[in-house]
Design a binder for this molecule. Structure first.
Ligand SMILES: O=C(O)c1cc(=O)[nH]c(=O)n1[C@@H]1O[C@H](COP(=O)(O)O)[C@@H](O)[C@H]1O
Length: 238
């Protein structure tokens, strides 16, 4: 997990994914399958990507009652991805249930997928946290609170922005995984992301893995963009 660069495969279907991956034949990738692609293609897209030897983050951000999350995680464990996630806002009981489900769905002798919790989405601003979510302590404290709940529930780490990751490692240890989207090389468009940072800034925070979507998938030359971001991040595929 350490120093990984995860490419968000936010595409509407398999054909676009396979077209995108063509120039990456020489690269072993860590890819993220999110709701759009998974809902379009179902579990077969995971099998396809595994056949190509890519590591997989299945990003379905489960957020439901504990029983539903537990049984869904049991099912997802069978897909043998490397990383899955839930929303910390679902609460500690839900997070513990997610882990129980994953453990019970993992074949004996196999390693269960890492499970991390989304704290505050990187598209969320300080203003939204205070005005819409009515969390008076503010964004950073809310992220730290969710990280604490996730760790106490036995999860392996969190999704947060690069701006909170250093503090999370200070408080919760360097082994607690931080995965940070919202990565934008200097002068890239921020689009809907609010808490953004460059790959270089991310490297200095001791972050475990960065997630990059559009700056690679929508680049004129995706492979070139991937390699440039990777060298700025100094990620080493493991
Ligand atoms: O869990 C995630 O992956 C996630 C959490 C978060 O807080 N923010 C966030 O952007 N993501 C995902 O990370 C990816 C970021 O994509 P880009 O903004 O295109 O780089 C998208 O697939 C999002 O769904």
């Amino acid at each position: 997990m350490k120093d990984s660069l995860i490419i968000a495969l936010d595409f509407p279907g398999k054909s676009q994914v396979m077209e995108f991956l063509k120039p990456f034949e020489q690269e072993q990738l860590f890819v993220k399958v999110g709701m759009e692609l998974f809902y379009a293609e179902g579990p077969s897209i995971i099998e396809e990507l595994k056949k190509q030897n890519h590591k997989i983050f299945l990003d379905l951000k489960l957020h439901d009652i504990p029983n539903t999350v537990k049984s869904t995680m049991k099912l997802l464990a069978g897909l043998e991805c490397d990383l899955v996630n839930v929303h910390a806002a679902g609460g500690s009981e839900m997070m513990s249930a997610a882990l129980e489900g994953l453990e019970s769905g993992t074949a004996p002798g196999q390693k269960r997928p890492y499970c991390i919790a989304v704290t505050q989405l990187t598209s969320t601003s300080e203003c939204q946290v205070k005005q819409e979510q009515q969390i008076v302590v503010g964004l950073q404290e809310s992220v730290l609170n969710y990280a604490k709940l996730a760790q106490n529930s036995g999860l392996d780490g969190v999704v947060c922005s690069p701006h909170e990751a250093g503090l999370i490692h200070d408080r919760f240890g360097t082994d607690f995984i931080t995965v940070t989207p919202g990565i934008r090389p200097a002068e890239s468009a921020l689009e809907d992301q609010k808490r953004t940072a460059t790959p270089e800034f991310a490297r200095k925070q001791g972050i475990s893995a960065i997630v990059v979507g559009r700056p690679i998938t929508r680049a004129a030359n995706p492979l070139e963009s991937y390699l440039a971001i990777k060298s700025e991040w100094k990620g080493v595929y493991q």
